[in-house]
Design a protein around this ligand. Structure first.
Ligand code: SF4
Length: 369
């Protein structure tokens, strides 16, 4: 395995250790997505995208958050109530799905952190919506400035956009290596590269990505010739599904996940005034469930063609109603309009993986025939 990828994998084995190595920095948590990290970087605060990093089943969480909230969100909340996230100055919870809204209520009421912000993002992407989001971002920025004790202007924001865009470009480049006939990097490794960026500093992560891309080029392309899969869904807590699919003989060549490709695929427009550009980006990213289903289909179709996908696995957490609303229509369109077979697995954080393995193996087998 390439050294840089190996390093990113090790970061994910113990993300809290990687976070604590930078304990001197002020840190902000956010979940699930659509938060422009630039706001935090501009203030000198390190943003951490929250996922369940402790790999413990949620126990305490059920006292203060509904059990019909998806297990990834409940596991994060469990870490917060157990005091495992005390290194954070606070959290921003963009209201992109029901789970994030429930989490915001629980966080505001129980107050494991003093600074708790929601970020409202309208469903429509009109001019008015853009102005509204700009105001929302300004409000959050003011809060972060007071935590950091700084005042931020366009210059700091533009610098932060440059930093984050460079990271997005590198991730895109790494993903695009998997367009080739024999991808030099597995789906599980590419996904680990994305997720390690949720806890590492952007500059450090970008250096690792550059190294990973260089290490991929002279590598012998994988000899695997199994079916090329795409994984579609909301937030995956880890790479288990990728490993299951690749153990079954397939290669995951691309995904459409909140925790995967959607987190870096779109760049912030550096030619616009920074706050306007960040508002535009916040509205453009196809986050669950803001994205209209026809736009999602357009985006997924493009990826299917570009990455020459043979089959699509919908991997959706139990109670992720937003993804489940889109599933029947999207799945039918992919099968009927594009002629690509699909399957569906329901995920639950830390649940037994055996039934999922059986289903994915059968799907991969059906693609080989
Ligand atoms: S998996 Fe679905 S419900 Fe859970 S946080 Fe992600 S988008 Fe929201």
């Amino acid at each position: 395995m390439a050294k840089a990828i190996d390093h990113m994998r090790r970061v994910l084995q113990n993300p809290l250790e990687a976070i604590k190595r930078e304990a001197e920095k002020k840190m902000l948590g956010y979940f699930p997505m659509s938060f422009p990290e630039e706001l935090a970087y501009a203030c000198g605060i390190k943003p951490i995208r929250l996922l369940p990093y402790q790999r413990q089943p949620p126990v305490e969480a059920d006292r203060s958050v509904q059990t019909f909230v998806c297990s990834v969100a409940r596991a994060i909340w469990d870490e917060a109530v157990r005091g495992e996230l005390s290194f954070l100055e606070g959290v921003v919870l963009p209201a992109t799905c029901e789970a994030a809204r429930y989490l915001h209520r629980a966080w505001s009421f129980n107050k494991p952190h003093r600074y708790v912000e929601a970020l409202s993002i309208p469903y429509k992407s009109t001019g008015l919506a853009q102005k509204f989001v700009e105001k929302e971002l300004m409000r959050v920025l003011r809060g972060l400035e007071s935590i950091a004790g700084v005042e931020v202007g366009d210059q700091e924001l533009s610098k932060a956009i440059e930093l984050c865009n460079q990271n997005r470009r590198l991730l895109k480049k790494l993903y695009e290596l998997r367009r080739s006939e024999s991808p030099p990097i597995s789906g599980a490794d590419a996904y680990a590269a994305v997720c390690s960026g949720y806890v590492l500093d952007k500059a450090v992560h970008s250096e690792l990505l550059k190294q990973a891309i260089e290490e991929c080029f002279p590598r012998q392309a994988s000899a695997k010739s199994g079916p090329r899969l795409m994984v579609v869904g909301g937030c995956l807590a880890d790479d288990t599904l990728f490993k299951v699919a690749e153990d079954a003989g397939a290669t995951v060549v691309v995904d459409d996940l909140n925790t995967g490709l959607r987190s870096f695929w779109w760049l912030v427009d550096e030619s616009l005034p920074p706050l306007k550009a960040l508002a535009k980006w916040t509205l453009e990213v196809l986050a669950t469930p803001r994205a209209q289903v026809d736009k999602r289909f357009e985006h997924i179709s493009k990826l299917i063609k570009e990455f020459r996908v043979d089959g699509v696995v919908f991997a959706i957490n139990r109670y992720c109603i937003e993804e489940k609303f889109d599933l029947p229509w999207l799945s039918e369109r992919i099968r009927e309009d594009l002629g690509i077979p699909t399957t569906y697995v329901e995920l639950e954080y830390l649940a037994d993986v055996a039934p999922i393995r059986t289903r994915v193996e059968a799907f991969v087998e059906s693609l080989v025939r």
